[in-house]
Write a new protein. Structure first.
Length: 127
């Protein structure tokens, strides 16, 4: 990976959102395997997990908590070396409300899949 491989960052982030927006356990599992390296991790204020099954469980939990919502990227992906950052929001397909938003920093493996995610929550529901 070059010092500033924009295409690699954008591809990794696209796969990341495919995983978060996949429907059903099988599709989520396949999307997580495509996006994350073996043993890859996901850490945010509510979760700290490693491995495909654990990451898929976190995504399933988000779907259960926010049915009818999808994750959308905010702005562009910025990166250098094997690190990228991007903003996102969780949007209702019914009315466009976005009660949750955040910012993630990912580290990529040599094959372009995600090794680590460090997520930050900028906006969360008050109730």
């Amino acid at each position: 990976m070059t010092a500033h491989d924009t295409a690699a960052y954008e591809t990794a982030v696209a796969r990341y959102f495919e995983a978060w927006n996949a429907e059903g356990a099988d599709d989520i599992g396949k999307a997580v395997s495509a996006a994350w390296a073996e043993g890859g991790s996901y850490t945010d204020p509510l979760a700290d997990v490693s491995g495909h099954e654990a990451v898929a469980a976190v995504i399933n939990g988000a779907h259960e908590q926010f049915p009818g919502f999808e994750f959308r990227q905010i702005g562009t992906v910025d990166g250098h070396h094997d690190i990228a950052r991007f903003g996102w929001e969780l949007v209702s397909s019914e009315d466009g409300a976005a009660p949750v938003a955040g910012f993630d920093v990912i580290k990529l493996a040599d094959d372009g899949r995600i090794l680590t995610v460090h997520g930050f929550l900028d906006r969360v529901p008050t109730a």
